[in-house]
Design a protein around this ligand. Structure first.
Ligand code: ADP
Ligand code: MG
Length: 640
């Protein structure tokens, strides 16, 4: 089912002639890391997996690290600069208390005893310079870090979009839109959060703690020892927090994903939801998910309710200990007042980043889970890969051959048993048969939405798998019942079939398929926005537009899969006339239930259980006693 199991990553990694940056970078990332077999993050029924083995988790981690590496590689220079800036700015911030201590213990006595103001001015000036420099560098660091994280996110967003878009139909039929939306929204968001604040604060926090510790030890080793003792309860507190929060944060992620998926599925299927009065069931279900999400979040906050006070307690106890120990030593004469003040300031500030440190772990957890899922999507290879050495075919004649073709969507059921079919250029074929007979499947093979499991499909004698995808898409066009309109004007939607088409060409295409009259009647004619009020067109009109789109594309092979199904009889009459123009001079396959549509075909194929059971001219088949003759008789009777 999963692509990775069928296709070895090595040969699919090669993009079309190495021109695809997304695939090339993925290949580079793979070559860089010792990533071997692929791991899918989807379970058997397409749901998100949680049950990874040790080896699998390791591979997932390596895969996301490789992805992160490939994202960071172009930013190397900026990252080095960032490192320098953060080290200098943190050192500047930490220098403050030491300067104060020096001022009190050395500069102040100089003023009082010898009336010498130079050291005092010197220390104040240094303090101001260091403080300003620290502030400026911190600001610079923040901007730099934000630029880097935005660059990474920009790259990642684009990669995910471009990659999901180029994945084959097979992927999109199993990977629900809710899940794809989660990849682009909540997953990218948790990575953004980590990059924007978490990582930033972690680097600053850790550096801050290290520098503060060093300053403290240099200034007064005894106080350093007191601080070192306080690290023991701090470590236990952070460990406790991390272990407990891991489960809780995972729960918030899982529950929030469920909320999103349920929302998206309800809204994309809103027609069915309303038609079948599923609202109340959905409301209960959604209510449960939202409630789960609320409970999960509450638990996280409760955890902080314990963590925060204990952290403050440890900090204050350490401060008290430092001051008490220092106080005794001042009395004993082994410590000066200024040094004690600095030591106290350091001890107090030392704990400031501890909460971020504890939090970072969670941000990291959710971002790395997101990264694993995203890298999983990026690792999916199209099940209909682009040819390694594309054969150009700019001028196809339109002859299509199926040679020893067998097809199965998945291993357990062959949908089309081995068959041959030869369609000479220019022939119009009607494909009829009951629902589930395999008509659409045959059509999808012909348009290369899928590759055959065995045998080959050829256009002008060349295997579809070898033809340059651009030439193939130009030569073969399939129109289905779901005529999709993109946002934009009616003219834009027709021109989709031929980018850069002139208004004349667009109008001619619309006239040819009988769409001109209704388009003219729209508020702004061809410039009517299809998403605006008044631009809304009926299903049948949408279908006419998709015919115009196909007409203007002028393919050599045209496949209509129940494309006339939502037309009413008058529109169908209109199309009927247009259809003959549409089908002239090209190879055509029409899948239709109305025999009137079938009548214009040169040849009829009747399918049953994946096999072509009848093949002949309409007249011959009607004269016989087969399935088509029965269908035709039934159709004639229904007219009387
Ligand atoms: N994406 C798919 N995955 C698995 N099986 C499928 C898929 N699409 C269709 N099938 C199966 O293939 C068979 C033929 O379907 P189809 O070609 O759509 O029939 P028709 O268009 O003649 O109604 C059916 O049994 C159907 O269940
Ligand atoms: Mg079908």
């Amino acid at each position: 089912m999963s692509q990775q199991e069928q296709v070895p990553p090595v040969d699919t990694a090669a993009g079309p002639g190495g021109t695809d940056p997304v695939l090339d970078e993925a290949a580079a990332a793979r070559a860089a890391g010792p990533v071997t077999a692929a791991v899918t993050t989807l379970g058997v029924r397409g749901e998100e997996r949680e049950d990874f083995s040790k080896a699998e988790s390791k591979r997932l981690r390596r895969r996301s690290l490789a992805l992160l590496g490939s994202l960071a590689a172009p930013l190397k220079a900026r990252l080095v600069l960032l490192g320098v800036v953060v080290v200098v700015s943190t050192a500047g911030t930490v220098a403050g208390p030491a300067l104060i201590a020096w001022g009190i213990d050395n500069a102040l006595p100089a003023v009082m005893d010898e009336d010498d103001w130079v050291p005092a001015f010197g220390v104040v000036a240094t303090y101001i310079v260091v403080a300003v420099l620290g502030a400026v560098l911190t600001a610079w660091y923040t901007v730099l870090a934000a630029r880097i994280s935005q660059a990474i996110l920009f790259d990642l967003r684009k990669r995910v979009f471009l990659h999901t878009q180029r994945l084959s139909l097979e992927f999109h039929e199993t990977y629900t839109s809710g899940r794809i939306i989660s990849r682009q929204t909540s997953d990218l968001d948790s990575i953004r959060e980590l990059l924007d604040s978490g990582l930033n604060q972690l680097i600053q926090g850790v550096l801050y703690m290290v520098f503060t510790g060093i300053a403290l030890v240099l200034l007064d080793p005894t106080s350093g020892l007191v601080l070192a003792v306080s690290l023991v309860p701090l470590w236990f507190l952070i460990r406790w927090f991390q272990t407990n929060s891991q489960t809780l944060f995972r729960a918030t992620r899982v529950t929030s994903a469920r909320v999103i998926v349920h929302f998206v599925e309800t809204m994309t299927g809103i027609r069915a939801v309303q038609a079948f009065r599923k609202e109340s069931r959905n409301r209960d279900e959604y209510g449960r998910y939202v409630e789960d999400y609320r409970v999960a979040n509450t638990k996280v906050f409760n955890l902080f309710g314990t963590f925060d006070p204990v952290l403050v307690l440890i900090g204050n106890a350490t401060l008290a200990a430092v001051v008490i120990v220092g106080g005794f030593r001042i009395v004993g004469g082994s410590l000066e007042v200024g040094a004690l003040l600095a030591v106290a300031l350091y001890a107090k500030r030392f704990f400031d980043p501890a909460q971020e440190l504890a939090m970072f772990y969670n941000g990291y957890q959710s971002a790395s889970a997101a990264m694993e899922k995203i890298s999983g999507v990026l690792e999916e290879r199209p099940s209909v890969p682009d040819p390694a050495k594309p054969v150009r075919l700019p001028e196809a004649t339109g002859a299509v051959d199926f040679d020893d073709v067998e097809f199965a969507y998945n291993a357990d059921k062959v949908v089309l048993p081995e068959f041959d079919l030869h369609v000479p250029a220019g022939q119009t074929i009607a494909l009829v048969g009951s629902t589930g007979a395999g008509k659409s499947t045959l059509a999808k093979l012909m348009a290369r939405f899928y590759d055959p499991t065995k045998g080959s499909v050829r256009l002008d004698g060349i295997d579809l798998r070898e033809i340059d995808p651009k030439d193939m898409r130009r030569a073969i066009v399939m129109v289905t019942q779901e005529a999709y309109l993109f946002s934009g004007s009616v003219a834009d939607n027709i021109a989709l079939g031929k980018p850069g088409a002139t208004r004349d060409e667009i109008v001619r295409a619309a006239e040819a398929v009988g769409a001109h009259a209704f388009i003219e009647a729209l508020p702004d004619g061809y410039d009517t926005d299809v998403n605006k009020r008044g631009g809304r067109v009926s299903a049948g009109q949408r279908q006419l537009l998709s015919f115009a789109r196909a007409f203007i594309a002028d393919p050599k092979v045209l496949i209509l899969d129940e494309a006339t199904a939502s037309l009413d009889i008058p529109s169908e009459r209109l199309v009927q006339e247009g259809l003959e123009t549409l089908l002239a001079d090209r190879t055509a396959v029409i899948i239709a239930h109305r025999l009137s549509t079938v009548a214009i075909a040169h040849r009829v194929l009747v399918m049953e259980y994946g096999r072509i059971v009848e093949d002949g001219t309409p007249d011959d088949l009607i004269a016989g006693t087969g399935r088509f003759a029965q269908l035709h008789a039934a159709w004639r009777d229904s007219l009387v």
